[in-house]
Write a protein that binds this ligand. Structure first.
Ligand code: CP
Ligand code: NVA
Length: 315
């Protein structure tokens, strides 16, 4: 990630590190405008994507990503076409053939896949923008909405302290990269054996060095939430890892975000979760529905930030 402002039109978003800090600011600026307009009238007077269409290739289930992109396209004047797993890539048709068909039909693609290599191949083959809607490596749309939400709440990102409690997974990876680039201190409290990807951590470290941010790792959630502005968690078992669910439940049992952990973070700390949540596992209902929860605002911001991304990439 650099500080340069390139044009976003026609670009792919496979990783949050594909965007410079200035480009992220541009997306956030557009998101603020779209959010304000939408909140006032639930309409946009001059929909910027009239006549545009988006194909959505989803090899895994989704509530937020699917609905925010589909509704977002409609609100911007365009159309989204949802293509569930079997209709598309891999088994039925080669990824490159999917790309060379869709580029002739639509203006952009959102893809949710298991292996990250699939979205990389799709983007390499397609001449239209490809947006990563979650892979096992990254969830860039989520991190953009998360940092937007944190800035909205705290009024700053520089020096903000985010403690991610749980698995060093896709959601952590994208948050660490973007948080590091925005000067945040991103801490991870995780059990042995559930470390993040080393190459992502190395990239995030170098982004943190350039921005004045910091990455911190440890195993004790209580120690790591002390002084945190945000306590963030995600599922212990991500989609595609279901065979490990029991083993993971045992490994993460001491990593639940509950009232005691939020009290250790302090009364001003907020709780965040990308959702879907497993109430009673990684987070309790008392935290999710309690006064420190920022979770549903965070979810709402997926809509505004992704609409901004669509406008910047496809208008
Ligand atoms: N947070 C998120 O991406 O939710 P979905 O899996 O429902 O899209
Ligand atoms: N880490 C989770 C995020 C879901 C939005 C998963 O990959 O299933």
């Amino acid at each position: 990630m650099t500080s340069e402002l390139g044009t976003l039109r026609g670009r792919d978003l496979l990783s949050v590190a594909d965007l410079s800090a200035a480009e992220v600011e541009q997306v956030f600026g557009t998101a603020e405008t779209l959010k304000r307009e939408f909140r006032e009238t639930r309409r946009h007077a001059r929909p910027p994507l009239t006549g545009r269409s988006l194909a959505m290739l989803f090899q895994k289930p989704s509530l937020r990503t699917r609905v925010t992109f589909e509704a977002g396209m409609a609100q911007l004047g365009g159309t989204a076409i949802y293509l569930p797993e079997d209709a598309v890539m891999g088994a039925r048709e080669a990824v490159r053939d999917v790309a060379h068909n869709l580029e002739r039909f639509v203006d952009g693609i959102v893809a949710r896949t298991g292996p990250h290599a699939v979205v990389v191949e799709l983007a390499a083959q397609a001449s239209i923008p490809v947006i990563n809607g979650l892979t096992l490596r990254e969830h860039p749309c989520q991190a953009l909405a998360d940092v937007f939400t944190i800035r909205e709440r705290l009024g700053r990102s520089d020096g903000a302290v985010i403690t991610f409690v749980g698995d060093g997974n896709n959601v952590y990876h994208s948050l660490a990269l973007l948080g590091a680039a925005f000067g945040m201190e991103v801490r991870l409290a995780h059990p042995a054996g559930y470390s993040p990807n080393e190459s992502i951590v190395a990239r995030a470290q170098s982004l943190a060095e350039a921005s004045g941010g910091r990455l911190v790792f440890g195993s004790d959630p209580y120690e790591l939430v002390a002084g945190a502005d945000v306590v963030y968690t995600d599922a212990w078992t991500s989609m595609g890892q279901e065979a490990e669910a029991e083993e993971r439940r045992d490994a993460f049992v001491a990593y639940q975000v509950d009232d005691r952990l939020m009290a250790a973070a302090g009364p001003d700390a907020v709780a965040m979760h990308c959702l879907p949540a497993h109430r009673g596992e990684e987070i309790t209902s008392s935290v999710m529905d309690g006064p420190q929860s920022l979770i549903f605002e965070q979810s709402e911001n997926r809509l505004h930030v992704q609409k901004a991304l669509l406008v910047e990439l496809m208008a």
